[in-house]
Design a binder for this molecule. Structure first.
Ligand code: SAM
Length: 253
């Protein structure tokens, strides 16, 4: 086989991402709260409310990590519909992150039910997920860590049932020049310092900031989603907190 320069860089990205999340797995939840001042919780709540899943929905939560989305999804179904037939499959490339997630579910009503299951999978090839098998696909703060964003979105299209919905919550680009200045300071100075203080790991958090800056801006990502075959409503995304994060969504019609 022939390996080009690009292939080396790509496999390095996957390894680097693996190292980052293995390093931070135990401190991941604490860091999220510290870095965002708890705002990531509001974004995730809003994400699930926008999904508004009905009773019996089957969700595939990709790059699900420690389970924030899966947990909120099941809570929503229980609290809003008194439904315990909704199911979520939480998949992640990193066994350590999944393990922290599994432990968290142990102390919930969902432990030892068939409502939640865990599986190691790469978002770019969901080998163990059949075609047209899920109602909703979510990926929250995961897709920017993947090497080929377009492959991830195509896999989402493959596994969704017709009528199913792709939903992505991800850091995005801030357009407002004033907010953008503040955000830059926060990203390049405050976040690595917090990473050092709390997780004793400045480099991993520098990587996280870089990965946010390199991810395509909202319109370009919306185009990738449409190119994979999804239909979008309006422009295809909603900005959260001035575009610090955004929800992109598309339907497989
Ligand atoms: N969705 C969770 C949340 O919102 O709290 C976790 C987000 S965490 C920032 C990113 C996750 O993406 C990590 O658990 C990491 O292991 C996972 N990840 C990175 N690359 C991946 C890939 N190619 N396939 C699946 N998961 C991946």
């Amino acid at each position: 086989t022939h390996f080009g320069f690009r292939d080396v860089l790509e496999s390095e990205k996957e390894q680097l991402v693996g190292k980052v999340f293995s390093n931070v797995a135990e401190k991941y939840d604490v860091m999220n709260d510290a870095m965002s001042g708890g705002v990531h919780r509001l974004w995730k709540d809003h994400f699930i409310r926008s999904m508004a899943p009905g009773p019996g929905t089957t969700l595939l939560d990709v790059a699900g990590g420690t389970g924030d989305i899966a947990m909120r999804f099941l809570d929503y179904c229980k609290n809003i519909h008194n439904d315990s037939s909704a199911t979520v499959k939480l998949v992640d490339i990193n066994p350590q992150m999944l393990k922290v997630g599994e432990q968290r579910f142990q102390s919930t009503p969902y432990a030892n039910t068939n409502q939640v299951s865990f599986l190691v999978q790469n978002a770019e090839h969901l080998d163990d997920i059949p075609d047209e098998s899920v109602d909703v696909y979510t990926i929250a703060f995961g897709i920017r860590n993947c090497t080929h964003v377009d492959r991830v979105v195509k896999e989402a299209y493959r596994v969704l049932k017709p009528g199913g919905r792709f939903m992505c919550l991800e850091f995005s680009q801030v357009e407002n020049p004033v907010i953008s200045k503040i955000y830059d300071f926060y990203s390049f100075d405050v976040i690595p310092a917090l990473g050092q203080m709390i997780a004793n790991d400045r480099e991993s958090y520098k990587y996280l900031v870089e990965s946010i800056r390199q991810f395509p801006p909202q319109p370009a990502f919306a185009k990738i989603i449409r190119d994979a075959g999804f239909s979008t409503v309006g422009k295809g995304w909603e900005d959260l907190t001035f575009g610090v994060a955004a929800i992109h969504s598309g339907f497989k019609l």
